[in-house]
Each structure stands twice: as structure tokens, then as C-alpha cells.
Write a new protein. Structure first.
Length: 448
């Protein structure tokens, strides 16, 4: 099984050929899920006592399994938050897998960690964080938000001996991603959601003032957002930073989707205040053109993350030498060097190309908003933000939206799903793929 032979050489060539063909599909096929029953009938039992052979396994993946997975890099896939990894990043993901790198410690993966830290440094720089800032790449926004808030609570308890056994309390906006609420549940902390779709500093001040003395003593963090998933709204970061400083609270910013906008000069002023946060996250697999799974978690003072997350054990003592160990900065020990594909693409293309690509998607989103305004049957629900447009089709109910979405998907034209805004079913474009053109948008809008 671990021997290199002629059969494995043939399989290697076949896999590399498939990978190259897939990454260069322009556009890729949209594809669609199949039921478990359909997949069972088509693929049968794939894992057997003696194996089915590599070429047959690859055939099953190519002909049956892959077409049952939606291609999230399709330029007319505008649902949820899509992905658009560069070819360089995708190809280097193959290299990362082939290199068998353990990315948890400097001892075992120094070169990879050094490169990842270069990518983290760029993200910290566009946020205006100090030179000593740093962090780690984790699997996604849920892991990043949880790890940051765990560090926030740990620091709060470390500085307040009387809070070591106190149940913590977090303030967030009503527009915050569900992962913030999930993090509070996992931590067994309480969460108060305040404000409207955009959290303002005054909302935080009012919420703190209305707390009882006991609850005010439990409050340790404010979790705000730069680019809400549904609407693309950026919270009042500067005002929230003022309140956090006044109340000595940790300020964490979820930029899983919208944080990529920091790279775009046209919207950079909307993020003023992020430079004062204690921690923030950005998912490069969303809008910074990296493959799944990749979330950058960055601390203003990395020591706060290390104090909270470093694991201790006799066999780990060899690692406690002051060298940068990525495993110290989130709730993990084992990890793949998931930041390397982003590093490789940044090194290949340069940061200006990244800024240009983000600007391109913002431009298309603005043009889409103009077309919606001009359309006789459509209207924007909220002002267009970042690369998101939320709009309604006049006269339609939830069933009409779903039928339209299903039809476009079944035809292979586009994947645009309904969402909710204040209880109303509406439509939403999220444009993160520089290959999405205004002609793609026109094609979709013409069906409305």
C-alpha cells in the first residue's frame, strides 16, 4: 500500500491530469446534489475488503461523486458566500497535501509556519495592526470566533482573580453570524444581542448601562462584525472601540466574509476602528481567493492567545522554547498548513493583484445594484454594501422565489437562493468571484 510501483505511477498521472483539467475549467460545470439513494445506485459499495483499485475509485469520483457536488467557484453561483480560489492557490494545495507537513509547531514545520506568518502579516497590515500582532490559520470562521472569544475570557479571568469561576457575558449585534452565538454556547457563556442590523457604539453603551451590577461584572467582550454575511453591513467599529476601552472590554471583530474588503481602497474608510480591536478574523477561502479551509485569526497581542490555548503535556515540553507554534493560538493541536495556498498565491501574484480583484467584485456589485434600481420589477431592500446586493421581486411570495431559484439551478444557469430580511423572503447576490461579470448579472436579472 505504501510502495511506489507502475500502477501507482499510472494513477498519479491520472489524478494530476484530472486536477489540472478541473482547475482550468472556465467556467466549471455548476453540478447539483443527488439523493443518497441515487448515489447508492450509481456508485454502489465503494470500500471493499480487497479494494476496487485507484483508477476505478477515481472514475467513481469523476463520473459520480464530483458531479453531485456544487461547484462553488462557478461565476454565477451567488448564493451564501461562494469561493473563487486562484489557480496558483488551488495547485499549491496539491503541493501542501503531497508534502506531508505538520503545521502545528515551529519544530516540525518551520518553513511552512514562516510562510504562513508572512500571509498573516499582510492581513494584519491592511487592518492597521501593530508589528507584534500575529495569529494562526484555522479551519473557518466558527473556529476563529470561538478561539478569539476563549482567549478574551481567559484574559478577563487572568486579570480578575475573583472572576475565575464566573459565567461570562458577551455583547453582540443582532446581525452577527450564528457562529458567535454558537461560540457562547460552547463556552457556556451568556450572549446579549443588541442594536439593529448595524451595531453602534451607542447601542453598546446603552446595553452596558442597562445591565445589573452583577451582569456588568460578568461582561468581558463585545463581538462585532465587519461585513455581515446576509447584508454586508459593517458595524460602527470606531464607536464600539470607544466603549470597549471605556469599559475595559475585549473587542473582537468577525470579518469572515467582509474583512477582505480591507484590501480595497474604495471601501477602506468603512473599516475605521478595526485597528483598535483586540482580535479579528478573515476567511481567505471566502473573498481572498484561497481554497477551503482557511480562516486567519489575528490577535493584537498574540501572548493573550498563547496563554489561553497552549496545551501542556510531558511529550510537548520540547516545544516550549519560545519559538512560534501555531498550535498555541487556537483550540487545536494538530493542524495542516492551511495558510500555505494563500501565501503561495500572494507570493505569486503580489498584493496589488489581490486589491484589484477585490475591487473588481465590488464594482460588479455596484453595477448590479444599478441594474436592480432600473429594473421594472425589482427594488433594493437595503443599500448595497461591499459585494452584496439584497433585493425583492415585486409581487412575489416565498414560493415564487423558491420556484425561480430551483428552475435556474436545474437549468444550470445560476445558483441564487432566497434569504430573509426582517421576516420577508427576498433575493441576495454575494459576488466574490472576479470572473463574475456584469453580463452574468444581466443574464440572471433578465429571468426576473
Amino acid at each position: 500500500m505504501h510502495q511506489i510501483n507502475q500502477d501507482m505511477e499510472v494513477l498519479t498521472q491520472a489524478i494530476v491530469r484530472y486536477a489540472l483539467e478541473r482547475v482550468r475549467m472556465d467556467p466549471p460545470t455548476l453540478d447539483a446534489p443527488r439523493s443518497e439513494q441515487e448515489l447508492s445506485a450509481m456508485a454502489g459499495q465503494t470500500i471493499t475488503h480487497d479494494g476496487i483499485g485507484g483508477l476505478e475509485a477515481l472514475r467513481l469520483f469523476t463520473d459520480v461523486l464530483a458531479p453531485a457536488c456544487i461547484s462553488v467557484d462557478h461565476p454565477r453561483l451567488l448564493a451564501f458566500v461562494p469561493a473563487a480560489p486562484t489557480e496558483a492557490a488551488t495547485l499549491f494545495d496539491l503541493v501542501v497535501g503531497a508534502s506531508s507537513i505538520y503545521g502545528g509547531t515551529w519544530l516540525e514545520g518551520a518553513g511552512a509556519v514562516y510562510a504562513e506568518n508572512q500571509a498573516l502579516r499582510w492581513i494584519a497590515d491592511i487592518a492597521g495592526f501593530p508589528q507584534e500582532a500575529g495569529g494562526v490559520f484555522v479551519s473557518g470562521g466558527t473556529a476563529g470566533n470561538l478561539s478569539a472569544l476563549v482567549a478574551a475570557r481567559h484574559e478577563w479571568r487572568r486579570l480578575n482573580d475573583d472572576k475565575r469561576h464566573t459565567r461570562g457575558l458577551i455583547i453582540s449585534s443582532r446581525g452577527a453570524h450564528a457562529s458567535v452565538k454558537q461560540a457562547a454556547m460552547v463556552m457556556d457563556a451568556d450572549l446579549i444581542e443588541v442594536g439593529g442590523h448595524r451595531l453602534h457604539g451607542d447601542d453598546v453603551a446603552t446595553a452596558i448601562a442597562e445591565l445589573s451590577d452583577e451582569d456588568r461584572g460578568r461582561l468581558f467582550a463585545v463581538a462585532c462584525t465587519m461585513g455581515t454575511t446576509n447584508l454586508g453591513i459593517i458595524d460602527d467599529l470606531a464607536g464600539i472601540a470607544d466603549q470597549c476601552e471605556n469599559a475595559h472590554l475585549w473587542m473582537h471583530v468577525d470579518g469572515a466574509y467582509g474583512g477582505a474588503g480591507l484590501a480595497a481602497a474604495s471601501v477602506r474608510d468603512d473599516f475605521v476602528g478595526i485597528e483598535r480591536a483586540d482580535s479579528f478574523i478573515v476567511d481567505p477561502h471566502k473573498w481572498l481567493f484561497a481554497p477551503f479551509d482557511c480562516c486567519a485569526l489575528i490577535y493584537r497581542d498574540p501572548a493573550t492567545g498563547r496563554r489561553a490555548h497552549r496545551q501542556h503535556g510531558d511529550y510537548l515540553e520540547v516545544l516550549y522554547d519560545g519559538i512560534w507554534n501555531p498550535s498555541d493560538y487556537a483550540h487545536h493541536l494538530s493542524r495542516r498548513a492551511r495558510g500555505l495556498p494563500l501565501w503561495f498565491s500572494l507570493a505569486t501574484h503580489g498584493t496589488q493583484a489581490y486589491a484589484d480583484a477585490v475591487e473588481q467584485t465590488i464594482t460588479v456589485a455596484k453595477q448590479a445594484a444599478e441594474l436592480i434600481d432600473e429594473h421594472p420589477h425589482l427594488e433594493l431592500v437595503v443599500e448595497q454594501h461591499l459585494s452584496i446586493c439584497v433585493f425583492r421581486r415585486l409581487g412575489w411570495d416565498a414560493e415564487a422565489y423558491s420556484a425561480w431559484s430551483d428552475r435556474l439551478f436545474k437549468e444550470g444557469t445560476a445558483f441564487v437562493t432566497p434569504t430573509k430580511h426582517e421576516g420577508e423572503t427576498v433575493l441576495r447576490f454575494c459576488i466574490v468571484n472576479p470572473r463574475t461579470t456584469i453580463d452574468d448579472i444581466k443574464l440572471i436579472l433578465d429571468t426576473l
